[in-house]
Design a protein around this ligand. Sequence first.
Ligand SMILES: O=c1[nH]c(=O)c2[nH]c(=O)[nH]c2[nH]1
Length: 300
Amino acid sequence: MSQLSYARYGKDNVRLYKVDKNEQTGVHTVVEQTVQVLLEGDIETSYTQADNSVVVATDTQKQTVYILAKQHPISPPEKFAAVLGTHFITQYPHIHAAHVKIVQHRWTRMTVDGKPHPHSFLRDGAEVRVVESVTRENEGISLRSKIEKLLVLKSTGSAFHGFHRDEYTRLAETWDRILSTEIEAGWKWKLFKSLAEVEQVDFDAAWQAARDITLKVFAEDNSASVQATMYKMCDRILAAVPLVEAVDYSLPNKHYFEVDLSWHKGLKNTGKDATVFAPQTDPNGLIQCTVTRKSSKAKL
Ligand SMILES: O=c1[nH]c(=O)c2[nH]c(=O)[nH]c2[nH]1
């Protein structure tokens, strides 16, 4: 009558914190993450026949995250995701793929009296660094790194005109507008054959380059549209990080509407005179793209 067509299970929202204490200098370095593990393999009977003998308990998966966090560096998260995934498919012969997602939260070192503090940190924004990994038996380790929830705004240097017009069009063209978005940027790495290959890569440098390029292009581009600006970001990240195969962005256009105040003593607050705006929560534009190198096919 029926058949199981999808089965993955694991632990979600495993919160993890690790401190590295330099005994010589007294300087501490901290990392906080939220980890998700989902396993795939010969686990059908646990669903169809109540056969728990094939189930690596989700509690075991959580304990494993803590144990491997003790035994290995957890940053960069790309390497820790690969360590975790490799563990699950080698420790359990009937587990054939491990999906590991790591969200790394910000703890930025405090500056106190102009000096970096040895053991105090602050959460400077909701931005997170994310890794989505799949470690699959006989295939390798696929990694996608991401920046999420990086909120940016520019008060000029953005236009939007020349767009298609018909009887449904109300939007006026603009040569000077506010541009604001919450950046979600991803970069997909070439498939790694082994953990040893993953260990060679400088993931922190790639994350820094992707973040720097995103912010520099956002700030400096005389934006014709979100579409045109995000394509430039993708193009530059591909040029900067040779091991990356594809770069993708998903950018909400967070609109700021002019407020007409002319009804009040003829106050001028539109066009060139606009200084007070009403930030909108919804609806918002949502612009997405994936850019690959010329030889490979873009998956749209
Ligand atoms: O950069 C933009 N791209 C669009 O596709 C669009 N559509 C819209 O109404 N405003 C904008 N802005």
